[in-house]
Design a protein around this ligand. Structure first.
Ligand code: NAD
Length: 252
């Protein structure tokens, strides 16, 4: 018996570390999970490895393919109960060195993509009697983070989008929440550590040892996402939930 038995879920960006852990967490609690990511071969492989019901390749920025992705889950489950809007990218650069194109390459995935996911998921959930939407924001959506302005701004936008959507969707029974991970050991962080050190003169590993007690794991995020997806969180909507081992609780 899992807390998500009989539920149908979608997860975007499920080839990546946190998305995959979220899909695994939902499956472990009994949900039927349909996953998506950009590359067809990669998402097929991930789906097979984790036991997802179906893999559908699509870009979170594309409206019609995302509608088809949600429809694919509804076909399997007879409705949609859970959506995890997880896909994201980062660009580490000083704010003044961002071209408008650089800026949009991040905000289009991290904010527009969450909007597109949320919209289609919410429409399906309203049609099938309610559900739970969890968007992966970041602690950088709550406080400044040098050299990731487009990322931080988009993540702040996700928090705001979730709050307003939660209010509009309360009556049809759709809960909407934002999860803000601290620093989680994933390729996204690994790939940008050197550039961050170059720009800031700071060693992220050392910094995090002090500020967060080291890196978190994708499963730390998945645990909270699974709870918010479940009916145990039935009064949780419009919230912003932090998973950072106290990093943002500290002034220094
Ligand atoms: P990751 O790079 O391992 O995974 C991101 C996934 O998103 C990849 O599989 C990628 O292919 C997919 N993706 C990118 N653009 C896409 C698009 N346009 N359409 C569909 N899929 C797309 O990164 P991760 O660390 O697992 O990050 C997952 C989420 O968690 C992101 O939203 C990220 O911003 C957020 N987050 C991560 C951390 C961290 O420390 N790793 C902290 C806070 C928030």
């Amino acid at each position: 018996m899992g807390i998500l038995d009989g539920k149908t879920a979608i997860v975007t960006g499920a080839v990546g570390s946190i998305g995959r852990a979220c899909a695994e967490g939902l499956i472990a609690e009994g949900a039927t999970v349909v996953v998506s990511d950009l590359d067809a071969a990669a998402i097929e492989k991930a789906a097979e490895e984790i036991g997802a019901a179906r893999a559908i390749a699509c870009d979170v920025r594309d409206d019609a393919p995302m509608a088809a992705f949600v429809e694919g889950a509804v076909e399997i489950g007879g409705g949609l109960d859970i959506a995890v809007a997880n896909a994201g990218v980062v660009n580490v650069a000083p704010v003044v060195e961002n071209s408008l194109e650089d800026w949009r390459s991040v905000t289009s995935v991290n904010l527009d993509g969450v909007f597109v996911t949320l919209k289609h998921a919410a429409l399906a959930m309203v049609a099938s009697g309610g559900g739970s939407i969890v968007a992966i924001s970041s602690i950088t959506g709550k406080a400044g983070y040098p050299f990731a302005a487009s990322y931080a701004a988009a993540k702040a936008g996700v928090i705001s989008l979730c709050r307003t959507a939660a209010l509009e969707l309360r009556e049809p029974g759709v809960r909407v929440n934002a999860v803000c991970p601290g620093f989680i050991e994933t390729p996204m962080v690994g790939a940008n550590k050197d550039r961050f050190a170059e720009l800031s003169g700071l060693d992220l590993d050392e910094l995090l040892e002090q500020a967060q007690g080291g890196y978190g794991k994708p499963a730390d995020v998945a645990g909270l996402v699974t709870f918010l997806a479940s009916e145990r969180a039935s009064l949780c909507s419009g919230g912003t939930y932090t998973v950072d081992n106290g990093l943002t609780a500290s002034l220094l």
